[in-house]
Design a protein around this ligand. Sequence first.
Ligand SMILES: Cc1cc2nc3c(=O)[nH]c(=O)nc-3n(C[C@H](O)[C@H](O)[C@H](O)COP(=O)(O)O)c2cc1C
Length: 213
Amino acid sequence: MEIKDLSGMRKDYVSEDFSEKSLLADPYLQFDKWFAEASLVEEFEANAMVLSTSGSDNRPSSRVVLLKKYSKDGFVFFTNYLSRKGREIDENPWCSLLFFWPHRVRQVRVEGVAEKIVYEDSLEYFKSRPVISQASSSLSLQSSILEDKERFDKMIESLVSSGEDIKMPPHWGGYIVKPERFEFWQGGTGRSHDRFRYDLEEDHSWRISRLYP
Ligand SMILES: Cc1cc2nc3c(=O)[nH]c(=O)nc-3n(C[C@H](O)[C@H](O)[C@H](O)COP(=O)(O)O)c2cc1C
């Protein structure tokens, strides 16, 4: 393949005020504000986030998952506990979440420790999902090698058409990431971007620092 030179790909960003004056003291409220604004303009799901994990082999891995709930307790997503991410979280619960909202030229980074949510909460969400999604997650050995896709699709189809109540498998459920650090990044004109980091202190307050862009 010929070399693709992307050095000329450049866009100027519209500037939005993001300064010590407009910043909220509580990072959860700051997230809530930006999330609400992103939800209005992002064509794709504003709750899509990149989850990065790293197990005992110290090799970081990233993938998109959907944020399904957030509160001051943390950020919740659902997955297969035996997947690559699940295994890595077992080995090392530290995770990074990344939201990129291009229409507002914003990025939010969240770092924290993940833990499994209680079974009842996973079950409640599992039951609220469309039957086809329930069937797929109950039959998928997520992240293992799939030799026969056609067979897998047929198994899903027959489970759905059987009309039987689909059980949530024990290896499926939610994780909650409890943040210890947030970073909010706002793109500005002339590349003068604004970055603010919030670090959780021992007394549970948040220390705010402006970072060089
Ligand atoms: C938009 C989008 C949303 C996704 N949402 C989820 C999700 O909520 N949970 C999940 O397990 N995988 C989700 N995936 C699939 C993951 O990116 C990934 O392929 C899968 O979880 C296996 O990752 P792993 O092998 O690193 O564990 C989503 C992918 C995309 C592109």
